[in-house]
Design a protein around this ligand. Structure first.
Ligand code: FMN
Length: 325
């Protein structure tokens, strides 16, 4: 039986995991506009999931059937928790599990997690092995992948070689080092070396590049240039919810359509998370995506971002829509 990655068209265009952004609500909105080939959840902490704090972290893996196919991304410290969580995720119907070995945030790496694993191959191997054991125990044929960075400071070929030796279905590389954070442009020029290693060590592992790709066209150019299997796109979606269509749809949308899309997001947020957030502040980061690129957008954004409740938000939106009609 083939796994989902073998069935999908190539090159693959994947919506990147972005914590507190690409939740089930935003994924569904993007799906209505122009779906990617593959979704990722936000990263979920396996140690939190296996603790009394389970409910709080499990919202990171909430999904509906329309966000499909979808890979759950996990991170954490304890390999035994990876083992337990992998079983649950496989049984919950995720198409794959991805292990985050790239996040460079200090509060996370100081506990030896995510990009700190680049300096700890023994631990990384234990985590990969126990996650695979968990998947295998269920008998589900779902994929196992890792998302990482090029190294701690610079390209660390021994780290890439190590990962390519783990029989992964897919390796996603954010083309920056952990030290780079997001301060320098993605170092795509290093991709040829990584492709050569992949071809030599593990030709069956799909190789996906990530970093600073703002359009499908740019992604296709990179795929052609380096011979990779796909592109993962994160922040590009902030500028164009229709990005995965590969066409110039969003720039030609009228203000009414843009405002209405934000309205859909707010309504979906309310029905999905009813009562789980104390304020509407989590919605503010989305406001700029939709309320943008038309006369009066800035003023409307300011009004919307000062709201405290969804009722207030929807009232202002209704007024704005009526003025346009
Ligand atoms: C707000 C935000 C949250 C992120 N959260 C995650 C995450 O949960 N897991 C992960 O692997 N990467 C995370 N990232 C990194 C992105 O997935 C991606 O690797 C990075 O933004 C570079 O790609 P881009 O230039 O296409 O945005 C996050 C990035 C941003 C901006």
């Amino acid at each position: 039986m083939t796994n989902i990655l073998q069935q999908l068209p190539k090159p693959l265009f994947i919506l990147a995991p972005m914590d507190d952004v690409t939740d089930t609500v935003f994924r569904r909105i993007i799906g209505q506009c122009a779906p990617p080939d593959l979704y990722f959840t936000e990263f979920m902490n396996v140690d939190g999931f296996c603790s009394p704090g389970r409910q709080k972290v499990s919202k990171k893996i909430k999904k509906t059937d329309v966000e499909s196919p979808i890979i759950a991304q996990i991170w954490g410290k304890n390999p035994e928790n990876y083992y337990m969580v992998a079983q649950e995720l496989a049984l919950q119907g995720f198409d794959g599990i991805d292990i985050n070995m790239g996040c460079p945030i200090k509060t996370i790496t100081k506990n030896g997690c995510c990009s700190a694993l680049i300096n700890n191959e023994d631990k990384a191997k234990e985590i990969i092995d126990r996650t695979r054991d968990g998947i295998n125990k269920t008998g589900m044929k779902i994929t196992l992948s890792v998302k990482t960075r090029i190294g701690i400071k610079d390209l660390d070929t021994s780290w890439i070689e190590f990962l390519l030796g783990q029989n992964l279905d897919m390796l996603i590389i954010h083309m920056r080092s952990a030290k780079d954070m997001s301060k320098v442009p993605a170092r795509w020029e290093l991709m040829s070396q990584i492709v050569a290693l992949r071809d030599q060590i593990s030709p069956g592992t799909l190789l996906v590049g990530n970093g600073d790709v703002m359009s499908i066209e740019q992604g296709k150019d990179l795929v052609r240039q380096y011979g990779i299997d796909g592109i993962m796109i994160g922040r590009g979606i902030f500028h164009d919810p229709y990005l995965f269509s590969g066409r110039d749809v969003w720039a030609n949308k009228d203000p009414k359509s843009k405002i209405s899309l934000y309205k859909s997001h707010i309504e979906l947020f309310e029905s999905t998370w009813a009562g789980q957030y104390k304020t509407t502040a989590p919605l503010n980061k989305f406001c700029k995506i939709y309320i943008n690129g038309f006369d009066g957008a800035k003023e409307l954004r300011e009004k919307l971002m000062s709201c405290r409740t969804t009722e207030e938000l929807l009232e202002i939106i209704e007024n704005a829509l009526q003025k346009i009609q």
